[in-house]
Design a protein around this ligand. Structure first.
Ligand SMILES: C[S@@+](CC[C@H](N)C(=O)[O-])C[C@H]1O[C@@H](n2cnc3c(N)ncnc32)[C@H](O)[C@@H]1O
Length: 377
């Protein structure tokens, strides 16, 4: 598969099999949106939920009658989804001719992730990213890349498409705000489970913790239930905390993290700093610093750490890997935020040092994020 490199000219001459592969791969980009759209359709129809509640694989007729769908159209959707390995197609009797026996559709590990509810469900995350306000900004990506050159205050693609930045838009549209909060909760459930599994000691010695930009409080709910000695403060914008679910050991506080952060032994920020540019991150971190004790406080960040030079094609596997998700999220930051970005180790070192955190460590967890623990002295 390796291409011949002409070092003198630095020109790559692709081999024939690479060209053959490319002729196929280009369709991933021509029809990339189709996978997202069909998975969204499957979630809206409740295909995985119907099979789950049936308790065993279902035939097309059982499925179409349970979902109230036209069987011929559903057959085409299921053919696509089984081809993409979202569901499994099984035949009971190997001896009967293929065309004569009905297929049964069974769940896979992947289809279980698009169940509408449950600890591992990512369904609302798919629905949020595929919602019209989140999709429209993607048409403005190239314009954004150009305008940043001569106008650093140019509005984000999200603002161009929706008239407001993402958080003001959510404040004005409670339905969309709920979609964001529940989508973030999907992500929080799997990430906090990975933190509790791999790095529980991060919370040793902490009596109170403030989750800055904690959304609907899902992360703190899990954390407090795993570490019942901790009292949690879920801090987010007023329109978010006003509809957050109440839970024991967690107090909801509304406010603006650029103005103040409630006092606690530790501040926790998950998937928050990536929404902001360096100077804004420094401001937020300084507010966190003021909120924690100087001698024994710490800030726990759960964020992507982008690897430098991870584009080495020779080493790259065909399959998507967890560390690649950070690069996807970096594109999301261009489309959906004003100046947010995913950061490399070097980027994090700069932001932390400027905010007065000279001591920090980074720990890997089985998630798209790493844990960055930073100490004020
Ligand atoms: C990407 S979400 C992350 C939510 C949560 N930490 C999680 O990982 O599930 C970012 C959160 O920051 C909150 N946020 C945005 N601006 C804020 C501000 N000025 N003060 C407090 N929270 C803010 C948003 O409302 C949102 O809940």
């Amino acid at each position: 598969m390796a291409a011949e490199t002409h070092k003198d000219e630095l020109i790559w001459i692709p081999k024939e099999d690479e060209e053959e592969r490319a002729r196929v791969d280009i369709y991933k980009y021509i029809f990339g949106f189709v996978e997202m759209a069909v998975v969204k359709c499957a979630i809206e129809l409740g295909i995985a939920d119907a099979i789950e509640s049936h308790g065993r694989p279902m035939s097309l007729l059982e499925l179409s009658s349970a979902l109230g769908c036209a069987a011929p159209a559903l057959l085409r959707i299921m053919r696509f989804l089984t081809n993409r390995k979202l569901f499994k197609e099984i035949r009971i009797n190997e001896n009967i001719q293929d065309s004569e026996q009905p297929s049964l559709y069974a769940q896979t590990a992947l289809s279980r992730l698009i169940l509408r509810s449950g600890e591992k469900s990512m369904a609302t995350f798919v629905l949020m990213e595929s919602s019209p306000p989140m999709l429209a900004p993607w048409h403005g990506l190239s314009a954004r890349v150009k305008t940043e050159v001569d106008d650093s205050s140019a509005p984000s693609p999200f603002e161009v498409a929706n008239g407001k930045d993402v958080w003001s838009y959510a404040a004005a549209n409670p339905g969309h705000s709920q979609l964001i909060n529940e989508a973030m909760a999907c992500n929080a459930r799997v990430t906090v489970a990975a933190i509790l599994d791999g790095c529980l000691d991060v919370f040793d010695g902490i009596g109170t913790i403030v989750d800055v930009g904690g959304g609907n409080g899902t992360a703190l709910r899990m954390l407090v239930s795993a570490c019942p000695w901790i009292r949690g403060i879920n801090f987010d914008l007023p329109h978010v905390v006003s509809v957050a679910l109440k839970s024991e050991g967690v107090e909801h506080v509304g406010g603006d993290m650029f103005k103040f952060v409630p006092k606690a032994d530790a501040a926790f920020l998950m998937s928050v700093l990536h929404d902001w540019e360096d100077d804004e991150c420094i401001q937020i971190l300084k507010k966190c610093r003021e909120a924690i004790p100087e001698n024994k406080g710490k800030v726990i960040m759960v964020e992507c750490v982008i690897e430098e030079n991870n584009n080495n094609v020779e080493e790259k596997h065909e399959e998507l890997e967890l560390k690649d998700v950070g690069l996807f999220l970096d594109m999301v930051m261009i489309a959906h935020t004003n100046k947010g970005k995913e950061r490399t180790l070097e980027d994090w070192a700069y932001v932390l040092a400027q905010a007065g955190f000279n001591r920090y460590n980074i720990r890997a967890i089985n998630a798209i994020y790493s844990i960055i623990e930073a100490f004020p002295n």
